[in-house]
Design a protein around this ligand. Structure first.
Ligand code: 3Y8
Ligand code: NAP
Length: 248
């Protein structure tokens, strides 16, 4: 009896959940519990960490999980690493999104990580759109001179360490039109972005392109090797081939 665990939190994970539900495959969707109102899924959903790779391994055993699809965000490196460690004896497949690539005319400055993005903001005050969420805002405290536009999923609970900031509370996916209007309204001069890939976070990259604005593009953290596909249909084929109820 198949029981699929989907590690979610992305647009693609939601699309996969709908395909799995439509195919009648028994599955559980998993969120970390990072935000107040995660998108509702068509599958039974669990929220919260597992307790490291050991916790995930126990969860798999205790819930009769037969397959795991890691459809988390490319920056969720800890979850993805835990999944590789915990799934030594469980079929694991990652549903990942290609990195965004600069197009002609794009003004991207590639940086390896958040700390390098902070360094890249050395210099006189500018109007900066910091579209990397809430978890890493503290890292930018050494650059208080800028006027920041922050986009967060939930209103910040504690203090935000950036004195000159305007906070927008909004949950994507976003649209280029919305992001162009936002950047114009705040006279944005540079955007800081993770190389998330996919479509849900891409609006600001398209907006920057149309407005001719520079982007500080943060490269993805390293993740251990695992089987990966780029589409929901490839995941469905994998499930069919791995003697699930869909297959033989
Ligand atoms: C909790 C709950 C879906 C999933 C939608 C995607 C698209 C919209 C764009 C900007 C960039 C950012 C952020 C972003 C996007 C999708 C996807 C994506 C970026 C939700 C969700 C959860 C999270 C966690 C949240 C992080 C934050 C990152 C905001 C759900 C809405 C900046 C990443 O306040 C916090 O603690 C937020 C934390 C991790 C990164 C950070 O460091 O702050 N996502 N985002 C999931 C959980 O609990 O397991 O899925 O409904 C999901 C989505 N966020 O089904 O439609 O597919 O990427 N999420 C980044 O890419 O830079 C916003 O503002 O332009
Ligand atoms: P992370 O740093 O890789 O994970 C930190 C811990 O959060 C993990 O060790 C695990 O806790 C728990 N966790 C993460 N994802 C989980 C999931 N889907 N289900 C259950 N537990 C999970 O992860 P993150 O970057 O904080 O991302 C958290 C969630 O937000 C993920 O669902 C991710 O897809 C989504 N998201 C993240 C980003 C981003 O920029 N990081 C962007 C969009 C969406 P235990 O060790 O206790 O198991």
């Amino acid at each position: 009896m198949t029981h699929l665990l989907i590690l979610g939190g992305t647009t693609e994970a939601t699309a996969l959940a709908h395909a799995v539900h439509a195919a009648g495959i028994t599955a559980t969707f998993s969120y970390a519990g990072r935000v107040a109102r995660p998108k509702r899924q068509p599958l039974p959903t669990r929220v919260g960490g597992f307790g490291g790779d050991a916790g995930l391994k126990s969860y798999i055993a205790e819930h009769g999980i037969t397959h795991v699809v890691d459809a988390t965000h490319p920056f969720a490196a800890q979850m993805s690493t835990n999944a590789v460690v915990a799934c030594k004896d469980t079929p694991l497949l990652a549903l990942s999104r290609p990195k965004w690539a600069a197009q002609d005319g794009d003004q991207w400055q590639h940086v390896p990580d958040i700390a390098a993005a902070v360094q890249a903001l050395n210099g006189p005050a500018r109007k900066v759109m910091l579209a990397i969420g809430r978890l890493h805002l503290d890292a930018f405290a050494p650059q208080p001179q800028h006027q920041y536009l922050l986009r967060l999923v939930d209103a910040p609970s504690g203090d935000v360490p950036l004195p000159n900031r305007h906070i927008i509370v909004d949950q994507g996916p976003f649209t280029p039109g919305n992001d162009i209007a936002l950047m114009r309204a705040h006279q944005i001069e540079v955007i800081v972005s993770k190389n998330a890939g996919g479509t849900g976070a891409q609006a600001k990259i398209t907006a920057a392109r149309r407005l001719g604005l520079p982007v500080i593009m943060i490269d993805r953290p390293a993740i251990p090797a695992r089987a990966e596909v780029g589409t929901v249909s490839a995941v469905m084929e994998w499930l069919a081939a791995h003697d699930t109820d869909l297959g033989v």
